[in-house]
Write a protein that binds this ligand. Structure first.
Ligand SMILES: Cc1ncc(COP(=O)(O)O)c(C=O)c1O
Length: 413
């Protein structure tokens, strides 16, 4: 491989670009994971995570990719043959369903069209029929990374409550945590599944479960075999900041820094920043004359956008041209969307100019690949991000502005 100057644009919807502050934090000598310094680090990150997940309850960390936390969520709460209800939002929901079946669960899958989020009414209707409360858990992917559709979790919670059903609510937030608003306690989520490599801005390698009291009680009688994923050993060790086996120490240095960065910026600001970049991206897509895969505006994802290719044009060819010409990686269409969409990741460590560089790479790529489009996307995004002073749309969020810049602008008016 020859050297390519400049920084690669990693605009897949995770793993995301790792900021220098986190790289520097990880780049330190590994310490004794049974020594006193580690205990302090462990306690700090375990406490800090509660703020990110918005919970008073424990959050556990596995040295594993997100798939590990999927498995941990199921094996700690369920028994062989248990019935669970899952919703087909896209590729990742499908993989989770496959895992549940492999683990010996009776996993009912409500079919979806991969353009909408989980339908809370359909979930509620199914639960209402379940008189004997055979369904032990409802599993939903909050942000379906294969489609760019965000399901409305509070509606799912309401549907469960309305049906007066005792099922656990288990939510995958792998591509939403720390980029799209998510509240464990307020939304009554029993188990969250999350990963390090997206909104948390870390390399891949850590995954998480938040655990409600109800989930912890379910774990007492859950009969699926488990050892590595067992919450009990983990929680017992975590009380003093330690782990039951060797933790990913250097990734925890990075996590410590990531939590600091997210809290310095403020979670509300982090969510607003993602919302603003997502809206700018959607404006660019429309200006190109292309179609968004997500069919429901209230379910648009703020962490990624899946763009449909015009008939007769292949998304993988476009991505290959963009990689070769402009050194940028975009997300592929997965399983039944292969070649039919490409996905722009706009999450994690990201600002206006990273977004504009990304959109410029896509716009140039569309031209190079001969995909019919109007070359107006970057301009549409720029106009949204920095509207000319006289035509600033009323009520438009300007959260990117620092207090100092706002003061300077006020003086100019
Ligand atoms: C929504 C969602 N769930 C689960 C996974 C699987 O996580 P991992 O690949 O880290 O094992 C991913 C990966 O991108 C994802 O986006």
């Amino acid at each position: 491989m020859t050297y390519r100057s400049g920084r690669h644009f990693l605009q897949i919807p995770g793993p995301t670009n790792v900021p220098d502050r986190i790289l520097r934090a990880i780049d330190r000598p590994t310490i004794d994971h049974r020594g006193p310094e580690f205990g302090q680090l462990g306690r700090r990150v375990l406490e800090g995570l509660k703020e990110i997940f918005k919970t008073r309850h424990p959050v556990v960390i596995f040295p594993a990719s997100g798939t590990g936390a999927w498995e941990a969520a199921l094996v700690n709460t369920l028994s062989p043959g248990d019935k669970i209800l899952m919703y087909e939002t896209g590729h990742f929901a499908m993989l989770w369903h496959k895992m549940a079946t492999r683990l010996g669960l009776e996993a009912e899958f409500i079919p979806g069209d991969w353009r909408h989020g989980a339908d809370a009414e359909a979930i509620g209707a199914r639960l209402a029929q379940d008189d004997g409360h055979r369904i032990k858990a409802v599993c939903v992917v909050h942000n379906e990374t294969s489609t760019g559709v965000t399901s409305r979790i509070p509606r799912v919670r309401n549907a469960i409550d309305h049906a007066r059903h005792p099922a656990l609510l288990i939510v995958d937030t792998i591509s939403s945590l720390a980029s799209i608003d998510y509240r464990v306690d307020e939304w009554g989520v029993d188990v969250t599944v999350a990963g390090s490599q997206k909104g948390l801005m870390l390399p891949p390698g850590l995954s998480f479960n938040s655990i409600s009291d109800k989930a912890l009680a379910a774990a007492k009688s859950a009969g699926l075999p488990r050892s590595y994923w067992d919450w009990e050993d983990m929680l017992a060790n975590n009380r003093s900041g330690y782990f039951p086996y060797t933790p990913a120490t250097n990734l925890l240095y990075g996590l410590d820094e990531a939590i600091k960065m997210l809290l310095e910026e403020g979670l509300d600001q982090v969510f607003a920043r993602h919302a603003r970049h997502a809206e700018a991206t959607r404006r660019a897509v429309r200006a190109w004359g292309l179609e968004l895969l997500c069919a429901e505006p209230s379910e648009y994802s703020n962490s990624l956008t899946a763009v449909m290719m015009p008939e007769g044009h292949d998304g993988d060819r476009l991505r290959q041209i963009i990689l070769e010409r402009f050194d940028m990686s975009l997300g592929a269409g997965l399983t039944k969307l292969k070649g039919k969409v490409f996905r722009i990741g706009h999450l994690g460590d990201f600002n206006d100019l990273t977004l504009l560089g990304t959109l410029a790479g896509v716009e140039m790529g569309l031209a190079c690949a001969g995909v019919p489009h109007r070359p107006e996307g970057v301009r549409a995004a720029m106009e949204y991000l920095a509207p000319p002073a006289a035509s600033k749309p009323a009520g438009e969020p300007r959260q990117h502005r620092t207090a100092q810049a706002a003061q300077a602008a006020a003086q100019l008016r």
